[in-house]
Design a protein around this ligand. Structure first.
Ligand SMILES: [Zn+2]
Length: 166
């Protein structure tokens, strides 16, 4: 491994530490492998449909659109923190939107389910589908993470984050 890559790895780990206690860090970095039928049993139908069947919630349907309090947004399926309130902005699209994501919290793939290709992103830990990434967001990143509200759970600042689901 190149020295620069190692240093980058340390920096990422340090940023992740700022969010998660050390004991949970190793677990957060490990993939949670579960079958779709297991998830189907553990999640309400609407959340399961978005997270593991790539469904999209109706625009304007999520109470998280109007959520303005300080806090964290964790994956509804596995509880991995994905976003902080400081990264949220009002996109006017009807879906909770963020201009950045916590380090290593999501992975992306090209999605060809529509006529034009889009960038899909999902929770890096459980692979649960979260939303699509667009390049029309505000500065400093210019990115817009267009997220399904049912794929997230909001935890107000000062409340304990839920334990990572196993
Ligand atoms: Zn997850």
């Amino acid at each position: 491994m190149k020295r620069r890559k190692i240093l980058h790895g340390f920096a990422q780990a340090f940023l992740a530490l700022a969010v998660l206690p050390f004991s949970e860090l190793a677990m957060a970095m490990t993939k949670l492998m579960k079958s779709k039928s297991e998830w189907q049993q553990q999640l309400p139908a609407a959340n399961y449909a978005v997270l593991f069947k790539d469904s999209t919630e109706r625009a304007g349907s999520s109470p998280l659109n109007d959520e303005k309090r300080a806090g964290s947004y964790v994956c509804f399926a596995c509880n991995l923190p994905l976003f902080k309130s400081e990264l949220k902005f009002d996109s006017g699209t009807g879906w909770p939107s963020f201009f950045d994501v916590l380090p290593d919290a999501v992975e992306t793939r090209r999605d060809f389910s529509m006529i034009w290709p889009r960038t899909e992103y999902h929770c890096a830990r459980c692979n649960g589908h979260q939303g699509h990434l667009f390049k029309d967001g505000p500065q400093p990143t210019g990115l817009r993470y267009c997220n399904n509200g049912v794929a997230l759970q909001f935890i107000p600042a000062g409340e304990k984050l839920p334990e990572l689901r196993t």
